[in-house]
Design a protein around this ligand. Structure first.
Ligand SMILES: [Fe+2]
Ligand SMILES: [Fe+2]
Length: 247
């Protein structure tokens, strides 16, 4: 019994270190440590058109996260606890905790009322289309590799909190508007709900759901890490390219 307990403790310590290592890898990426879009804004080179285009492109990721989560269920179908978490995540994105209003719609309404920006749901720059299709393609190529796909999803959820806190917050505050209107959930509250509740929840619950499988070897840590890095590399290129827009 004691031996069994020791094994469980060793395994959870190993997992703690595993996720901490991923976290420090992520923090080294420039899109988080020294984001090029934020740098451009701070240098006073963020024209209104650039800011609007960038926030519109970011909204693309808010749209696409749901199909990414849905597709991951196929790859992870043999892991019921993970599928359960993916479903819960999707239901939150679709408004389960926000009076039935999807997160994407909340963001759109906030931008429209507070910033007078209309989000174009399917009109993204080529850089963003390349990014979104890139993720989709990798998920498709790796669809029979549950460990890799799980690593991709974890990367999307893990990066969501700092991405919102560092980049989106600065982006939104740089967009000037004379509007005094507010959506039922303001942009500030939208960001706060995500950085304090939704996104850390998605990250931690997903980590919890995969930890046992990664610890026992049912999922490969090496492949999971490879999926994680694939997403981080794509994000790095994406933010770099967004910052170079001619707008
Ligand atoms: Fe969300
Ligand atoms: Fe999320």
């Amino acid at each position: 019994m004691n031996n069994q307990l020791n094994n469980v403790n060793e395994e959870s310590m190993e997992m703690k270190t595993f996720f901490e290592n991923l976290e420090s890898k992520m923090r080294e990426y420039r899109f988080l440590s020294d984001n090029p879009v934020v740098k451009r804004i701070k240098a006073g080179k963020g024209s209104k058109q650039f800011l609007v285009e960038t926030v519109n492109d970011y909204a693309g990721l808010v749209v696409f996260i749901v199909p990414f989560l849905a597709k991951a269920q196929y790859s992870l179908k043999k892991f019921p606890e993970i599928v359960k978490e993916l479903k819960q995540n999707i239901s939150e994105e679709r408004g389960a905790k926000t009076q039935g209003i999807t997160h994407h719609d909340l963001l759109n309404r906030g931008l429209l009322l507070e910033k007078e920006i209309t989000i174009c749901k399917n009109d993204w720059t080529n850089e963003t289309l390349e990014f979104l299709y890139g993720i989709d393609e990798a998920m498709h190529e790796q669809k029979k590799n549950p460990s890799f796909v799980a690593g991709m999803i974890y990367a999307l959820e893990d990066s969501a909190t700092p991405e919102l806190a560092i980049i989106v917050t600065q982006l939104l505050s740089a967009i000037q508007s004379d509007s005094t209107a507010h959506a039922e959930i303001s942009l500030k509250d939208f960001v706060q709900m995500h950085t304090e509740d939704f996104e850390p929840g998605h990250r931690d619950r997903f980590a919890e759901a995969v930890a046992g499988y990664l610890g026992s070897g049912a999922l490969s840590q090496k492949e999971f890490t490879a999926g994680f890095i694939t997403i981080m590399d794509m994000m790095e290129v994406w933010w770099q390219e967004l910052a170079q827009s001619q707008s």
